[in-house]
Write a protein that binds this ligand. Structure first.
Ligand code: NAP
Ligand code: ZN
Length: 341
C-alpha cells in the first residue's frame, strides 16, 4: 500500500510500505478521507516533537477492511472514525479520568502510523461507528470537532449567553456552530478573511468582525461596539499571540476565556493579572478530546454540525506531501486527502 512517511524533519515522501494486518483488538481501515491539520506541518518542520519514521495523518475516517481475532461489534464494510489519541489507562491522570493529560499518550499519525495512507490500523477502543449513508468525506471532521466539544464543555454555555470566537479556521467555525447548539444567542466570529466571516454567518454566527481594520478589543467591547462590556465566553481558536492577549480582554466581568489555540513551545504572551483579578475573568485551557469523540461522530452523523462548507480542496495521496509542507492557501479552511477515490 501507499503511505506518506515523515522520514526525518523536513523529509516527507509517499512510498510503498507493507499493508499491515490487524492483530488482536485491532481493525484494518481503508481510508476514505484524512484532513491536513496545522499540526502536520509543525511535525514536518520540526516545530512539534515528531517520531520519524512514521505515517502522518490523525483526522481520518474510512471503511473497515478486516478485523483482528476476537473483535465483536465491528465488522468489515462498516464506516468508522478513529480517535487518534490513545491514553495508556494506567497512569495517575488516566486513573483520575483525565485521559487527555495521560503521561504516556500515543497518537495515531504522530507516534504511530496514521491516515495519510491507503490503510490504517485502528485499535478497537479508538473506533467509533458512522452511518453507512454518511458522506465519505465527513467523518474526517470528527477529531477536530471532538477537540472543540471539549472546549465548549468546559465553557458551560448557558441559554442566551454571548460568545466571541477568535479565528475562523476549522476550529473556530466548528466552535461557532457548537456555541449556537449549546444555547448562545449572540455569537461573534473575529477573523481577517472576508470569505471566512461570510461563511461563519451562514453557519450560525450572528455577527462577524474584521480585526485587521479596527482593534478587536475596543471595536467590540466599547460602548457602541458589537458587544459592549465583552462576552460571557471567549474562545481563542487562532493560536497567535495577538488573539491570546485579546481573549481575556474580550471576556466580560466574571466571564471566561477558553484557550484552544496552540502557540509554539517557549512563546510568551503578556497578560495583566490586575485586569484578570479585578474583573474575575476565568482563563481556561482546553486540550484534545477527552470522551468527546462519540458525541462528535453523532453531531456529524445527524447533520447538526455542518462540515461540507469547511472542505476547501480534496487531493489524492501523492499530492499530500506538498500540501502538508506548504502553508494553507489564503481563505482555505480544510484540505482533505482522499487516497482511495
Ligand atoms: P487555522 O485553520 O490556522 O485557523 C486559525 C485561523 O485564525 C486562521 O484561519 C486565521 O484566519 C485566523 N487568525 C490568524 N490571526 C488572527 C488574528 N490576529 N485575529 C483573528 N483571527 C486570526 O487552524 P485551526 O485548525 O482552526 O486551529 C486553530 C488553532 O487551534 C491552532 O493553533 C491549532 O493548533 C489549535 N488546535 C487546538 C486543539 C486543542 O485540542 N486545543 C485542537 C485542534 C486545533 P484569517 O486569515 O481569516 O484571520
Ligand atoms: Zn495514562
Amino acid at each position: 500500500m501507499r503511505a506518506v512517511r515523515l522520514e526525518a524533519t523536513g523529509k516527507l515522501v509517499m512510498r510503498e510500505v507493507d499493508k499491515p494486518a490487524p492483530g488482536p483488538g485491532e481493525l484494518l481501515v481503508r481510508i476514505e478521507a484524512c484532513g491536513i491539520c496545522g499540526t502536520d506541518r509543525h511535525l514536518f518542520l520540526g516545530e512539534f516533537p515528531s517520531h520519524p519514521p512514521v505515517t502522518l495523518g490523525h483526522e481520518f475516517a474510512g471503511i473497515i477492511e478486516a478485523v483482528g481475532p476476537d473483535i465483536t461489534g465491528f465488522e468489515p464494510g462498516m464506516r468508522v472514525t478513529g480517535d487518534p489519541n490513545i491514553a495508556c489507562g494506567c497512569c495517575a491522570e488516566c486513573h483520575n479520568g483525565r485521559v487527555n493529560l495521560c503521561r504516556n499518550l500515543q497518537a495515531i499519525g504522530i507516534h504511530r502510523d496514521g491516515g495519510f495512507a491507503d490503510y490504517v490500523i485502528l485499535p478497537l477502543k479508538q473506533a467509533f461507528a458512522l452511518p453507512s449513508g454518511l458522506d465519505p468525506l465527513h467523518g474526517a471532521f470528527c477529531e477536530p470537532l471532538a477537540c472543540c466539544l471539549h472546549g465548549v464543555d468546559l465553557a458551560n454555555i448557558r441559554n442566551g449567553a454571548s460568545v466571541i470566537v477568535l479565528g475562523g479556521g476549522v476550529t473556530g467555525l466548528l466552535t461557532v456552530q457548537l456555541a449556537r447548539l449549546a444555547g448562545a444567542t449572540r455569537v461573534l466570529l473575529v477573523t481577517r478573511n472576508a470569505d471566512k466571516r461570510a461563511l461563519a454567518e451562514t453557519l450560525g454566527a450572528t455577527a462577524s468582525f474584521d480585526p485587521s481594520r479596527t482593534d478587536a478589543v475596543t471595536g467590540i467591547t466599547d460602548d457602541g461596539g458589537l458587544l459592549p462590556g465583552g462576552a460571557d465566553i471567549v474562545f481563542e481558536c487562532a493560536g497567535v499571540a495577538e488573539t491570546m492577549r485579546q481573549a481575556p480582554k474580550l471576556a466580560r466581568r466574571g466571564g471566561t476565556a477558553i484557550i484552544l489555540g496552540v502557540m509554539p513551545q517557549g512563546a510568551k504572551v503578556e497578560i495583566e493579572p490586575f485586569d484578570l483579578l479585578f474583573r474575575e475573568v476565568n482563563l481556561v485551557n482546553s486540550f484534545l478530546n477527552p470522551f468527546t469523540h462519540q458525541r462528535a461522530a453523532d453531531l456529524i452523523a445527524s447533520g447538526a454540525i455542518k462540515v461540507e462548507p469547511l472542505i476547501s480542496r480534496r487531493i489524492p495521496l501523492e499530492q499530500a506531501p506538498e500540501a502538508i509542507a506548504n502553508p494553507a492557501l489564503g481563505g482555505e479552511i480544510r484540505t482533505l486527502v482522499t487516497p482511495n477515490t
